[in-house]
Ligand binder design. Structure first.
Ligand code: SAH
Length: 250
């Protein structure tokens, strides 16, 4: 009989933030393919005889690695195994989970999705920043900063982001390296330089660090502090709420 692939969201870093359903499936898995950013303590939950495959460490290029991952998922499922694909945060938030699910569908392999707690919401929460708040932000927009806005690699509509910022919060993932360019571009599109902004590194983990400033000042502060991956940036008036008593970790 053919097995099944389950895409499981591991949560943003704190091992307690996996879902009950995700944990149960993890404990039953025959094979687990996991990413670099999952809480490693979750691997203690696996059956002693479960096969572990660290796909975060593949030496090949991103594009090729993704095809290899798809192939491994399908091969193991064809052997009748329960295959768990454990991904940081939520599998469908910049996690390429959709591509893996489509590859399974194309190969005739059954798959399920167990959503996860996304860093986009949980990491700000652990830093005392609610992504929406009554009368402060009535929407939030999550976007990727993996491409420099000044290059043709970027397909982000920064004018649209500036409009979204009038309504609510911006949450920038994968944007530490390009933060100076992105912050400059957002200001050029009309977002005020004094808009509150915060960068959070290793959010929800004991290593969590935050750097707070404004859209105009944050990128220099982030470089000065030596913030690296994983980190995300929140831009908007909700950032001020941490100073009003929402910063529950301190
Ligand atoms: N699927 C994931 C996101 C994958 S993209 C999710 O839903 O959370 C990877 C990016 O997520 C990182 O570059 C960083 O911007 C953000 N990220 C993930 N974990 C994080 C953490 N613990 N702290 C800060 N940012 C994090």
């Amino acid at each position: 009989m053919t097995g099944k692939v389950v895409l499981v969201g591991a949560g943003p870093g704190d091992a307690g933030l996996i879902t009950v359903k995700g944990l149960k499936i993890l404990q039953q898995a025959d094979v687990v393919l996991y990413d670099r950013l999952i809480p490693l303590a979750l691997l203690d939950e696996l059956r002693a005889d479960a096969e572990r495959i660290d796909v975060g460490k593949m030496p090949t290029k991103h594009r090729v690695a993704q095809e290899d991952i798809n192939r491994l998922l399908i091969e193991h499922a064809r052997q009748g195994k329960l295959v768990v694909r454990l991904k940081g945060g939520d599998p469908f938030v910049f996690g390429r989970g959709g591509e893996e699910a489509l590859a399974c569908h194309a190969a005739g392999i059954r798959f399920e999705v167990v959503p996860g707690v996304s860093s986009a919401i949980a990491v700000p929460a652990y830093a005392g920043v609610p992504v929406t708040h009554r009368q402060v932000a009535s929407a939030f927009t999550v976007f990727t900063g993996h491409a420099d806005p000044n290059t043709t690699d970027s397909d982000i509509d920064y004018a649209a982001l500036a409009s979204a910022a009038r309504l609510g919060t911006l949450v920038l993932l994968m944007g530490v390296n390009n933060l100076p360019h992105i912050a400059a571009r957002l200001q050029a599109e009309g977002i005020a330089g004094d808009t509150p902004a915060i960068c959070i590194e290793w959010g929800t983990t004991p290593q969590q660090r935050t750097v707070e400033g404004t859209l105009a000042t944050l990128s220099a502060l982030v470089i000065e502090a030596g913030i690296g991956t994983p980190a995300l940036t929140v831009i908007g008036a909700v950032v001020n709420l941490r100073g009003m008593g929402l910063d529950w970790l301190t």
